[in-house]
Design a binder for this molecule. Structure first.
Ligand code: ZN
Length: 267
């Protein structure tokens, strides 16, 4: 039987009967793997800890026809503090669902794994960052890493840096328009590109944050500060940008919003 030694993060779990789980794991070199966790729900299983959702461990797998099976495991990081807070669990579950969507089977994407690990670490330990901050930065960075990097250097029409805060982001064309170019488009009354029109009003503060999130080293992509009213613009934009490009939403995202008490209203 083929053996595979790798670090892996559990990004989805389906309980099967009393003792088993079917796990989806994210690995650096082999992308998304579907792993049969036989007996891992049993208290006697030595793989019980490493087969929890959000756990990052060193695994030895053996591959049979359909699935990988766990031969050995050694837990490295469980992001334990997330589990004490239902809103954090909900947000982490949504982030895992996004990773599941972006990861390809047997295609390595170490950057996606690093994005997940850094985001889960922040959720688990960074008390000074709001959930909306982590969510928005994660969503935009995930979109950028997933191949949906927009043009952020300058206005997509005139190529100039915006001189005021009337900036309109054209989500599906992956570019923004400065106030002058927005005026021209609205005068003509048509969208020159002809694609689906999803526009978001942003400002220069949000644009600066987007540039930072897209290009910062992965260990630093959350290290920015933004006033509360601009955070709302950023949060709504980042969610819309990611979901519009993935072309669907997630039930875990709906659940996160449903249980939120003091978060941003995304509607
Ligand atoms: Zn312009």
């Amino acid at each position: 039987m083929e053996e595979l030694k790798t670090m892996a993060l559990v990004i989805n779990e389906k309980q099967i009967g009393e003792a088993d789980k079917l796990l989806t794991m994210l690995t650096p070199e082999h992308g998304r793997l579907v792993v049969s966790g036989k007996g891992v729900q049993s208290l006697r299983s030595r793989h019980m800890a490493s087969c929890q959702l959000f756990c990052y461990s060193n695994f030895v797998f053996r591959k049979s026809k359909k699935y990988y099976y766990i031969s050995d495991s050694d837990t490295e990081e469980c992001f334990f503090n997330i589990r004490f807070d239902i809103e954090k669990v909900a947000l982490a579950t949504y982030m895992c669902d996004v990773a599941c969507d972006l990861a390809l089977e047997d295609v390595g994407d170490p950057e996606l794994l690093r994005l997940m690990l850094n985001s889960l670490y922040a959720l688990s330990t960074k008390k000074n960052l709001s959930l909306d901050h982590i969510k928005a930065a994660f969503e935009f960075r995930a979109a950028v890493q997933g191949g949906f990097m927009p043009i952020l250097d300058s206005c997509g029409v005139c190529g100039k840096e915006p001189i005021d805060d009337n900036i309109v982001f054209d989500v599906m064309n992956g570019m923004f328009r400065c106030s002058e170019c927005t005026r021209l488009v609205s005068k003509e009354g048509i969208d020159p590109s002809g694609t689906a029109e999803i526009y978001h009003k942003i400002n220069r503060t949000v644009l600066t944050a987007l540039r930072f999130i897209a290009t910062a080293p992965i260990t630093k992509f959350l290290s920015f500060s933004i006033p509360a009213e601009d955070m709302e613009l950023l949060a709504r934009f980042a969610e819309s940008y990611l979901l519009s490009h993935l072309e669907h939403s997630f039930s875990s995202l709906k659940y996160f919003k449903d249980i939120r008490i003091n978060g941003i209203d995304y509607e």
